[in-house]
Design a protein around this ligand. Structure first.
Ligand SMILES: [Zn+2]
Length: 121
């Protein structure tokens, strides 16, 4: 364990807080897409708009779920004791970076490489 205990506690706290927010949001979106959209009487003029806003909601929900997964993984790695280690190069991720994005998986170098590889495709 390389991160000081009090810092780790702070990061864990942040993760748990963000997790709460996301869980509530995912929950809300799920309820919204199940009830409201289904129960509304289809209006032909409005259908395209509704389909669109539904897609926006679902993709937002998808992004939230992915973030939730990262947060859960970060919390697990805190329990395991390998939190803050870059998944690619296995070097420590600087505390400042973790502080701004506590569920980040990669160091800046690896993230940049990944983004470059993605944009080349
Ligand atoms: Zn790295």
């Amino acid at each position: 364990m390389t991160i000081a205990k009090d810092r780790l506690a702070l990061l864990k706290e942040k993760l748990l807080q963000e997790r709460d927010v996301l869980v509530a949001e995912v929950d809300k979106i799920q309820k919204h897409s199940n009830d409201e959209f289904e129960s509304e009487v289809p209006d032909i003029n409005d259908e395209a708009a509704r389909t669109y806003s539904r897609q926006v909601m679902l993709s937002r929900g998808e992004a939230d779920r992915q973030q939730l997964k990262l947060i859960d993984e970060a919390l697990e790695s805190i329990e395991r004791g390998d939190y803050g280690i870059c998944v690619d190069c296995e070097l420590e991720i600087p505390y400042e970076r973790l502080k701004s994005v506590p569920f980040v998986e990669r160091c800046v170098d690896c993230m940049t490489k990944l983004e470059e590889a993605r944009s080349e495709r």
